[in-house]
Structure formats: C-alpha cells, structure tokens
Write a protein that binds this ligand. Structure first.
Ligand SMILES: *[C@@H]1O[C@H](CO)[C@@H](O)[C@H](O)[C@H]1NC(C)=O
Ligand SMILES: *[C@@H]1O[C@H](CO)[C@@H](O)[C@H](O)[C@H]1NC(C)=O
Length: 448
C-alpha cells in the first residue's frame, strides 16, 4: 500500500507541471475562473467549489423519512464492511479529495496510468468522499460501454486489462480499479520512442507559427506563443499558449496528461495560460506512417473528446486533434461531424458556396480541397485545448451555427463555416509542395 501511495505522489506527470492537480490528502484547490453559466449540473466540469449545498439538502430530505434513514444506515454499514473486506484482502485504499469532475478524471487516469505501467495485475480502491457516488457511477458506466465498443477497443488494447466498479454498486463513494496480468495481446505494441521534450515542443511551436502566421489560418492568433489576440475590444486579453508533453504511448498516460492540463488551465487565470498544445509523440510511428497508427490516433482522440464531454467539459473547453498524417476521411464518422475534428471534407464545397466563394467552389479540385487536412497535420500527434469563453465572444459571426445544404441535398447543422471556407482556399493556394515541405522540416526539427 505504501509503495503505490508514494509512487502516485511522485508520479513524473505531476511534477511535470510543478504543481499538483490533485492529492491523496486534504489540500485546498484554487477557485475556477471560467464562465459561470454552466453551473446547473452538479458534476459539470465547471466552477463548483464544492457540492456541499446540494448534498446536504438531500440528506435533510432523507432524514425526514425513517425508512430512508434506515436504508441509509444499512447502506453505510454495508459500505464500511466492503471497505474492511478490501483492506483484509490487502487492497490499498487511497483517499482522494477530488471534489470536482476534472480532478476526479485526473486522479482516475493517473491511477490507471500507474497500474498500466505494471505487468502484474493490481487492485486498488479509491475513496472519494467529496464528490459523491453519482459522478463515480457516470465514469464507471461509460467505461463499461467503452469496453464493449470494439471499434475503439481494437485500437486501445491496453484498456482491455482494466475493470472498474463502484464499491457495493454505489453503497459509498469509493471505486475499485483492477487490472489483469499484462498479456501480449492486451497491451499496446507501440514502441517507446526516444524523443526530447524540448525538440518536440520547438517543432510544435514552429508548426503553430507556420499555420497561423504564414497561412493565416486563425485570425486571432498571430504568434505561436500568445492567443487570442485582437479581441481586447471584446474584453478578451491574450494569454500564453502553453506547450505540454506526454512521452508515453499508453492511453491512460495520455488521458492523465490531458486532465492534468485541464486542471492546470482551471487553476490559473486565462491571461497566464490561454490555451495548451499537448503533444504526444509516442502516438503513431512518424517514420512509417500507416493506417493502423492513424486508427489508433483516431481512437485516442475520440477517447479524449468523450472523456471531456462526460461531465460537460465541452461547455468550458474546446479540443482540436492533430496528427502527422491527419486524414479526415479516416476519422469516424467520416460523413458527419466528429468532436474536435475538421468537418467532413465533402462539406467544404457547400461551405464555400455558403460563404459566397462561388468561383472557388466550382474551380477547386477535390485534391485542392483535401489539402484542408494540412491544418491538422502537425509534426507529432497533439491535442490543442482552448477555452470556450474565448469563442463565445465571437458568437454571431465566426461561430454561428447554420443550416448547410450538402451536395446530396441533405441539410446539416454546421458551425465555423466562414473559417473553414477561408482556410480551404488559403491551403489550396499554398499548394501541396509548400505545405508538405513545411511539415517535413518540422518533423526533422523534432528528431532527437
Ligand atoms: C499474474 O501473475 C502473477 C506473477 O507473475 C502470478 O502469480 C499470478 O498467478 C497471475 N495471475 C493470473 C490470474 O494469471
Ligand atoms: C474559374 O474558372 C473559370 C472558367 O473555368 C475562370 O474564368 C475563372 O478565372 C476561374 N477562377 C479562379 C479563381 O481560378
């Protein structure tokens, strides 16, 4: 027990950011500085400092009903028994003071990353008194569904060993995370590449710089270090773009890094950290691009988006997924919007028309339009995390949701149409030669 406890606290991921997003002992967390309109749901990834008000009123209601009270007592006894059984079994009980959904996610994925590193099966119990059973159940239910989805699990084999349950089906706020012994089939066979964080970040910075400066793809980003700019009139001050790094191929580590970035963004003011570029160079083999790696990237991206949306984190943050050989046609679902991805490429022509670019809609070839993929082709797999608040001030223009008539007559909701249309033209004008040589030199820059 002591050993695991210590490794969790010393986990390299946590020291990466020189602050601890969560702890297994009482620690006071910084207040959230985000928009306050998303506070209606108890476990939304937002601003709730604690859920004490709603849970105490629930308890009061319960005590008015003697039967309920009896049930509560029974439940409590059952819970205590189950915890004692686990302890007798030698399962470490880790107390975690997560009171908010993002800290819960960071704690769970970091714990899972620790377990995933070990070949031998393990069992730990996390006690989360401050967040309530509902949040735990939400996570567990979603994980159960995930494990049945072969479309994703085929590409995330390292999750196969995990089973996660709420203790006593929700008798108390604790969950058991268990792994089976590692088998050759049940693990990701991705090699652990030898990258240097500083070189990878320099390459990513160069990539962001090329897209936003040379290709002018984001009107509100003028350098790879600061965003958004030019919105001061709307009361949005530019914040630093933070470059973060996850060198592990394992998806539990990737998710752990992602949630630690979210915790970091929630713990500092916008101006200090406007957005984060989290690179994950161990996702995919940059030397031998292949479809299997693209499918793994795509599954990983979907897991990140799904994990963000689970507690409505998408109300507060937007994610954008990037990959060395990004190909929107290979992202599921190919013909409908996918969270964090470009719109389907055959929506581009209708988008060009919608935004009044009729000549380009007629003249640009399919190959020209396919160059739009380059706005997501970064030297390394990455996820960019932006604050939704920065987009909301633009509502009514760039972010407007409109009805888009597709070439086959279908009408679909689409947003960001003027931006995607403009980017499609911009990238088609740049041409494949320029775009691919720019990318190649960034890949080179990132090599150790
Ligand atoms: C897991 O591995 C350990 C040691 O390698 C072994 O003792 C144990 O029996 C294995 N468990 C299962 C279920 O195979
Ligand atoms: C598009 O094609 C038409 C005729 O095919 C031509 O007159 C026009 O200049 C072209 N426009 C662009 C932007 O290339």
């Amino acid at each position: 027990m002591t050993i695991l406890y210590t490794t969790l606290l010393c986990c390299s991921l946590l020291s990466l950011f020189q602050f601890r997003a969560f702890a297994f002992s009482p620690v006071k967390y910084p207040q959230f500085h985000g928009p306050s309109n998303a506070a209606s749901n108890k476990h939304r990834l937002s601003p709730l400092s604690s859920s004490s008000s709603s849970s105490s009123s629930a308890t009061q209601e319960n005590t008015e009903d003697p039967l309920e009270e009896l049930d509560q007592t029974r439940k409590k006894n059952l819970y205590q028994c189950l915890l004692r059984d686990l302890q007798i079994e030698g399962v470490p009980l880790l107390e975690c003071d997560a009171a908010q959904a993002h800290i819960l996610q960071a704690a769970l994925w970091t714990t899972m990353a620790e377990l995933s590193d070990q070949d031998e099966g393990q069992k730990v119990c996390l006690v989360l008194e401050n967040i309530g059973v509902d949040a735990l159940r939400t996570f567990v239910d979603d994980f159960l569904v995930l494990k049945t989805q072969t479309r994703l699990m085929d590409h995330l084999p390292e999750l196969q060993r995990f089973s996660i349950n709420v203790v006593g089906k929700g008798a108390g706020p604790a969950m058991v995370i268990e792994t089976a012994n590692k088998t050759s089939t049940g693990s990701s066979d991705t090699q652990f590449p030898n990258y240097q964080e500083s070189k990878v970040n320099a390459a990513m910075k160069s990539f962001i710089g090329r897209l936003v400066v040379s290709e002018q793809l984001c009107p509100y980003t003028k350098s790879p270090c600061k965003a958004p700019e030019g919105l001061e009139a709307l009361n949005v001050k530019p914040g630093q773009i933070g470059y973060r790094y996850c060198g592990f191929p394992d998806c539990c580590h990737v998710l752990s890094s992602f949630w630690n970035c979210i915790c970091e963004m929630l713990s500092v003011p916008d101006t200090q950290l406007g957005s984060v570029v989290l690179s994950m160079p161990a996702i995919g083999d940059n030397n031998k691009p292949n479809d299997k790696d693209h499918a793994r990237f795509s599954a990983m991206a979907e897991l990140i988006s799904r994990s963000l949306c689970l507690f409505r984190g998408d109300d507060v943050f937007e994610t954008l997924h990037f990959y060395r050989n990004y190909d929107r046609d290979k992202v599921f679902p190919a013909d409908s919007p996918a969270h964090g991805h470009l719109p389907p490429l055959d929506w581009l022509r209708p988008m060009l028309r919608q935004s009044g670019n009729f000549q380009e809609a007629d003249n640009l070839s399919d190959n020209d339009l396919r160059l739009s993929n380059y706005q997501r082709r970064s030297p390394f797999a990455a996820v960019v995390i932006k604050r939704v608040g920065h987009f909301e001030v633009l509502a009514g223009s760039a972010n407007e949701i409109i009805d888009l008539e597709l070439d086959d007559g279908r009408i679909e909701k689409a947003s960001g149409v003027p931006t995607y249309a403009k980017n499609a033209i911009q990238l088609a004008m740049a041409g494949e030669q320029t775009l691919s040589s720019g990318l190649d030199s960034e890949v080179e820059m990132g090599r150790s």
